[in-house]
Every structure is written in structure tokens, then in C-alpha cells.
Design a protein around this ligand. Structure first.
Ligand code: P6P
Length: 344
């Protein structure tokens, strides 16, 4: 075989970033000689859906798609028009990928079974299509959260198939539709960040192997619910108030977690009077975010257990969330001496 052609000479004139998400995924795929490319196609599909959603999110008023549908979603929450649109975009784009067996969404009570293992469905994808969508009418950052799981064809039921512990995720990520559109991804080998270059129409690599600061005196929680928090959380808040901490809370998980990932700090959604097990979803919110945070050198617990070790039993199961810098999560856990300190 002739010697591989050397890459084009470097004139110094081409200073553009030439590493797109697609190129990065193919580079990652090359690490696995037996790779079939099926996984790469899934990330490519999520990237396509994200670009479509990003455009619509940025034009909600111009396209008259802001506001609610006046109906409740399976979670009993008011359904925003963009929730339905984002969900349909992802379902249709991913549904066309032959490697997907099951799709599960926050917007749908039951998972969609597209094809089972015998028909080629190697993976399952769960997602929150537009987390924080209630913030859209005030142009606050919102996001898509996703997780990729292996499909076990020997498991008959879709729910049992997707109820996997977070440590078994194949990949996890989110897209933040904020002042820029950012795609953050882990496949278990570090956390990598891409920014949408709308002029090129591609997510371009802006940070390889992102690492979260070990500490930062910033906590992110909705303190309005303080009186309903278990005692350990209330003690933690008292501790922060006398130890020079700042509070930052956007009320959109993807935005709050992204800030925590970049700057450090801790994001908390404890059990409350309204949500005794916390408000956030284990399978398609807490687990993907926990894998990203741990891959970036941080930590994530439900107050008493490493989030990624929790065995799910329901698709829409909720969980308390404490995630962020290792030292900051330790400060929270230092206030939990009994289970009652962390759970109602
Ligand atoms: P609260 C948005 O509705 C969401 O699901 C997450 O994005 C966010 O972290 C949380 O709920 C905010 O909840 O009760 O503080 O408004």
C-alpha cells in the first residue's frame, strides 16, 4: 500500500476551526475498530434536530409558536407549543435512524417502540425535548437533554429495557439554546463542547476534555421552597449564608447546570412539599447531567446515593439532585448525618 498522503500543507492562511461535531464523532468512532457507525448516526440525528429546534426557539414570536397549548402533558404540566414542536422534531429525526429500538420522551407517557433487537435496534434514546420551556416567553436559555442506552433484545418490555442505571449510559449530552447554541457531549471519554456556527450550519468543537473547577462559592437552588426542604438542606443554606457564597438560579436546568459545569459551584433541586422525591427526572435529566458532571471531574448524588448508581423503576421517575464541583457537593453532604436530613 502506498504511503498515506500527507495532509494539505499549512499556509497559515486557514485559521478556521475545522473540527465539526460530525468530524469529532467519526474521529471517536475510529477508536473502535468494530464500530459500525450506527452510534455516530444517532449523534448526527440529535445534532440535526438541535439545529432545527435552535432556529425555532430563536423565532418563537415571529413564528407565533410562543405560549401554551392550554393542555397538560403526561406530567400534569402545562404544555408549551415549543414542547410539542421540539418533541416531534426529535421523534421524527431519530425515528428515521434504523439503529434505534426505543425512544422515550418527557412529553410522552409511554416510550415509542420503533424496532426491537431482532430488527436491528441497538440503542434506546431518552430525552427531555425542551427543558425549561416555560422560560421561552421571556427569552431565557432553554435546552434539550438526551441519553443514549444500549438495547437488550432479551428484555421484552420497553420500560424494563430503558430503566438502566446511569453508569450504563453509552452517551449523554445537552444542547443549550442560550446566548449561543452549545452542544455538550460525553461518550464516557471526557466532556466535549461544540458551538453552533449558524453561517456554516455546523456545531464546531470549542473545548475538548472540559474540566469542572473543584470548588466555587456559588450555589444554585430555588430558595423559595426552603421551608419544605429536609433539614440537611436548610442547614446547608444557613452555612452558605455565613461562608461568603453567591446564589445563581435561572430556573432552567440546562442553563444552571451549564454554568456550574463551566464555572464550578453546586446545583440543587431537593425534595419539596410539592415534589417529595424532587422535581427532576432521573432517567433523562439527572442521569445524563450526572454523567457529564462526573466525566468533567465533578460529583452528583440524590442526597444519600451516587445518582448514577440508582436503579430506576419507572420512565418518568423523579429524584433529588445535588451536582457540581466535588468540594461543593461535599459541603452539602456534610449536612446529611441521617437519612431524614436528605429525604422527607
Ligand atoms: P422551579 C424547568 O421547569 C425545570 O424542569 C428545570 O429546567 C428547572 O431546573 C426546574 O424545573 C425549575 O423548577 O420549581 O424552580 O421552577
Amino acid at each position: 500500500m502506498s504511503k498515506a498522503a500527507s495532509p494539505a500543507p499549512r499556509s497559515g492562511l486557514v485559521t478556521d476551526n475545522l473540527m465539526s461535531l460530525q468530524s469529532f464523532i467519526l474521529e471517536e468512532e475510529a477508536r473502535y475498530p468494530g464500530a459500525t457507525g450506527e452510534f455516530s448516526w444517532i449523534i448526527s440525528a440529535i445534532s440535526l434536530a438541535a439545529k432545527i429546534i435552535a432556529y425555532k426557539v430563536r423565532h418563537v414570536r415571529l413564528q407565533s409558536i410562543v405560549g401554551s397549548l392550554g393542555e397538560l402533558n403526561p406530567q400534569g404540566e402545562v404544555q408549551i407549543k415549543m414542547d410539542v414542536i421540539a418533541n416531534e422534531v426529535i421523534m421524527r429525526v431519530l425515528g428515521a435512524r434504523p439503529s434505534i429500538a426505543v425512544l422515550g420522551s418527557e412529553e410522552d407517557e409511554e416510550p415509542a417502540i420503533l424496532r426491537r433487537g431482532s430488527e436491528g435496534g441497538k440503542y434506546c434514546v431518552l430525552f427531555d425535548p425542551l427543558d425549561g420551556s416555560s422560560n421561552l416567553d421571556t427569552a431565557v436559555g432553554v435546552g434539550t437533554i438526551f441519553t443514549v442506552l444500549r438495547n437488550d433484545p432479551s428484555i421484552p418490555g420497553a420500560i424494563e429495557t430503558v430503566c438502566q442505571r446511569g453508569v450504563d449510559q453509552v452517551a449523554a449530552g445537552y444542547v443549550l439554546y442560550g446566548s449561543s447554541t452549545v452542544f455538550v457531549l460525553t461518550t464516557g471519554h471526557g466532556v466535549h463542547m461544540f458551538e453552533l456556527d449558524a453561517s456554516v450550519g455546523s456545531f464546531m468543537l470549542v473545548k475538548r476534555n472540559l474540566r469542572m473547577p473543584r470548588a466555587n462559592k456559588v450555589y444554585s437552588i430555588n430558595e423559595a421552597y426552603r421551608d419544605g426542604f429536609p433539614a440537611g438542606y436548610r442547614r446547608y443554606l444557613d452555612w452558605t449564608h455565613s461562608n461568603g457564597y453567591s446564589a445563581r438560579y435561572i430556573g432552567s436546568m440546562v442553563a444552571d447546570v451549564h454554568r456550574t459545569l463551566i464555572n464550578g459551584g453546586v446545583f440543587l433541586y431537593p425534595p419539596t412539599r410539592k415534589h417529595a422525591a424532587g422535581k427532576l427526572r432521573l432517567l433523562y435529566e439527572a442521569n445524563p447531567m450526572s454523567l457529564l458532571v462526573e466525566q468533567a471531574g465533578g460529583a452528583s448524588t440524590n442526597g444519600t446515593e451516587r445518582t448514577l448508581e440508582v436503579k430506576p423503576t419507572e420512565l418518568h421517575q423523579r429524584t433529588p439532585v445535588v451536582l457540581g464541583s466535588v468540594d461543593e457537593v461535599k459541603h452539602v453532604q456534610a449536612q446529611f448525618t441521617t437519612r431524614a436530613d436528605a429525604w422527607p
